[in-house]
Design a protein around this ligand. Sequence first.
Ligand code: HEM
Length: 498
Amino acid sequence: MALVDIPLFIIDHSGSILGVIALSFAIFLLQQTEWSKKYGSIVGFKIGPQNAVVLSDYRHVKELFDKRGGIYSGRPEQYAGQQIICPDNIHMLLAQYGPTWRLMRKAMQGLLNINAIDALHPIQLAEATQTMSHLLDDPEGYYDHIRRYSTSVILASVYSQRGESFQSPKVQNLYNSQYRFSRILEPGATPPVDAFPFLRRLPEFLSPWRTEAKEIRQIQSSLYFNLVKETKERRSKHDLEPCFIEKLLDDQEKNGLNDAQIAYLGGTSMEAGSDTTSAALLTFVLAMTQHPESLKALQAELDRVCGTDRSPNFDDLDQLKYTRACMNEVLRWRPVAPAAVPHMLTQDDTYEGYVLPKGTIVFINAWAIHMNESEYDEPEKFMPERFMGNKFGCKNQDDSDDHRRITYNFGAGRRVCPGQRLAENSVLLNMAKMAWLFDILPISSEPIDTSIRTAFTDGVLIAPHKFPVRFVPRSEQRINVIQGDLERAKKFFARYKE
Ligand code: HEM
């Protein structure tokens, strides 16, 4: 039976098929989760003439994304993103599965292979110290300090530059360009030009989105090309710490990348690594305001492993089992990418009796997987302990089940996020330093909203809206330790350009 024989149209109160998606990605996802309970863990629906399927069980993800990766690794057509803003498959996240994507994915390994990631520890450590110092000096600005952290780590690793504050021009330029770029990529931000290609031929005065897309292209490409130009200039003056772009330029003959591909590999790393990592950290802070018992357990572990004379560092992470459980729970409870990033099927396929035509868009419903009541004990509850007894945090799951991933935040298959290890290192280290240094407290006894519907931004990637929180240093001694760390970090930063 063809899955599309039983199409489920998404229709909002205005009668528009795309309405629900356009109105709210979160509502789309929650609706899908309800449907998965009613219709089963594979739900098909139509977006205009476009077939789409949502997978709400990890077993399907393993079977289709991981085992049949050769045909489940395309990206859905995205005219504004793929044709106007980033043509020629220049943007790795949006690129179609094929030789250009393969070339760039391989080159990305230069930044994100295990050894290269481990070599970034000193940058992450120094930037985490800077963030703790920002939080001590200006706790109200926590939201921007955390966002600065993730961008600055990528700036240093990729371009040997940094953003000392959230107001630094490089950080601001990235977030401004990224804000407009991700908005135009959201479903419903343009007329349905992917489902109905004739709409692409409308004149520009009837298509303001096209003008916006062209402007974004201009802003984005000049930012990415300029960063490479600056890197080249410093390289010629021998004033550069080793960085990813330098390596790509040195190996250009071997890696076969053109200038634009190099520029966009740098840019894609900044985009992909900034908002995502900071969203996970902000969710951690939100969870701590509501779960003092988890914060206490975290602090007990950190004090036992690190004492009070020094703050946590990378050597401690292996021993910090509860801290890791807490990170896994943050990523499970409020996934940064609750429907990962959709893939597109590039050949007709059949699965569990369904016919899936070429061109079908396939979503992983990470939210539904993480909230499955038959697998997780009280899934709505924030409970890091669930990961202490079981690797997957599940009640009856065999720890050795190789069909499962601990989290579906990072997608799956051949397009799985290559930055997962880097991101997790950042999240773990900052969580550890923050909980070691501060009591993270609500401002009042009123509970803070943590609902995915109302407390989070809406879109493919979600982050908590700003919420009231107090960062109260745990002791004078701990403040002194961070100040000592900061002096060392400043010496380290002297090698990087602001
Ligand atoms: C908590 C942090 C992060 C989350 C939740 C996240 C999530 C994701 C997801 C869901 C995808 C799509 C996977 C798929 O299609 O199946 C992705 C792709 C990607 N991510 Fe991440 N990511 C994070 C951090 C990072 C970092 C730090 C980097 C590195 C600088 C990075 C680089 C990339 C790249 C280059 C892609 C495109 C892969 C491709 O299309 O082949 N990400 N990420």
